[in-house]
Design a protein around this ligand. Structure first.
Ligand code: PMP
Ligand code: GLU
Length: 398
């Protein structure tokens, strides 16, 4: 049987594949430390679970409006209005199966076959495939080594008559960079001059450390507001990955088109999940605050631990947001672990998993060859164990 060209161009999500492999090894009894997929290890807060339970018991198990229950759309609009300091209407919100579907929907709504979409590299694994599914072409744009902040000169050079928009993801998966206000302002100005959409993936908006501030392009004047399609969700900020709930904030015309698309694809997000998400927005800020504080501590622990085991052999770039550390492993490539050649980051990552039982994601999955991504959304104990194992692994390289 011949599969469609559309499907044949896809590659499986490597973050999900590694997570599945690590979890399968754990199921078989292996003591794997999983620094692979970015998934908070915290349980979903109890009031959120309780809200889903009560909703289901109360018969809230039927189809809802495709774009989401009015209560949730209004609560998201109110929340974004408050956090971003902009006036957002419930009609601008579409609730989707994770931010993943929100991003997919947005690209389907604004990208035509043959359009270019600019994406800062390193980038999250799903953008290239989502753009391809919309018939577009992804154009990677370089960032500055070390800070991982966008290279604005490269951005200008990458833009052509075919460019339709750009994807912005700050705080960034996989680098942990949090773009400065000046950078966001420059990007909005660029989008205005070139007449582009900005698809702003704000999945990690709450996860910033050391006084770093999340700035959204939607906050940069009327131009920023009008051009931004903003995706975010509950997975990371509220420890709700498996519930599958995210949303898009977009101008009404786009939001309505997206709801039509979703109505032909998946309909509404699971009904009890929507009530759970509503309860999540009602949580006291201290609940999230405690999680963010803990991620901050883990980040410190991982950065310190990596610096200790690397002993200057490779730089450690301290992330300021999300829960990832992109570790440069280029100085170790070309060496051998026991008899295994470590020619690239993939081989190094595989050897690390097979021999040291530490799951990581190779940087080449994010267009950052020579790096590995470590997720610190796991316990301090696990991080300590992972650092010790990686240290022993590196010391054995010859
Ligand atoms: N954007 C980024 C940058 C991500 O890392 C992820 C993965 N969790 C998502 C979007 C999608 O998250 P979800 O679909 O779970 O809301
Ligand atoms: N986004 C997370 C990650 O990058 C979870 C897996 C996925 O959806 O890609 O690890």
């Amino acid at each position: 049987m011949q599969l469609s060209q559309r499907i044949q161009q896809l590659t499986p999500s490597l973050t999900l594949a590694i997570d599945a492999k690590a979890k399968e090894l754990q199921r078989q009894g292996a003591d794997v430390v999983n620094l692979g997929a970015g998934e908070p290890d915290f349980d979903t807060p109890a009031p959120v679970v309780e809200a889903a339970h009560q909703a289901a018991l109360a018969g809230k198990t039927k189809y809802t409006p495709t774009a989401g229950i009015p209560e949730l759309r209004s609560a998201i609009a109110a929340r974004v209005s408050k956090t971003h300091g902009i006036a957002v209407d419930a009609a601008e919100i579409v609730v989707s199966n994770g931010a993943k579907q929100a991003l997919y929907n947005a690209l389907q709504a604004v990208v035509n076959p043959g359009d270019d979409v600019l994406v800062f590299a390193p980038y999250w694994v799903s953008y290239p495939d989502m753009i391809a599914l919309a018939g577009g072409r992804m154009v990677p744009v370089a960032v500055h080594e070390g800070s991982f902040e966008p290279n604005l000169a490269a951005l200008e050079e990458s833009c052509t008559a075919r460019t339709r928009g750009l994807i912005l993801n700050s705080p960034t998966n996989p680098t942990g960079a949090v773009y400065s206000r000046e950078t966001i302002e420059a990007i909005v100005d660029f989008a205005r001059r070139k007449d582009l959409w900005i698809l702003s993936d704000e999945m990690y908006e709450l996860l910033v450390y050391d006084g770093a501030k999340h700035v959204s392009p939607s906050q940069i004047g009327a131009e920023g507001r009008a051009r931004t399609l903003m995706a975010s969700g509950f997975s990371k900020s509220f420890a709700m990955t498996g519930w599958r709930c995210g949303y898009l904030v977009a101008p009404k015309q786009v939001a309505s088109a997206v709801a039509t698309l979703q109505g032909q694809m998946t309909t509404n997000v699971n009904t009890p999940t929507q009530w759970a998400a509503l309860a999540a927005l009602d949580l006291d800020d201290s609940v999230m605050g405690a999680m963010v504080k803990e991620f901050g501590e883990r980040r410190r622990l991982l950065v310190r631990g990596m610096s200790e085991i690397l002993r200057g052999r490779a730089p450690v770039h301290e992330p300021r947001g999300a829960f990832y550390l992109m570790q440069d492993v280029r100085p170790f490539l070309g060496k051998r672990f026991r008899d295994r050649p470590l020619r690239d980051d993939r081989e190094l990552g595989e050897a690390l998993l097979d021999s040291a039982l530490v799951a990581t994601v190779p940087g080449s999955a994010f267009a950052a060859p020579g790096f590995i991504r470590l997720s610190y959304a796991t316990s301090r104990e696990n991080l300590q164990k992972a650092v010790a194992r990686m240290g022993a692994f590196l010391n054995e390289l010859a």
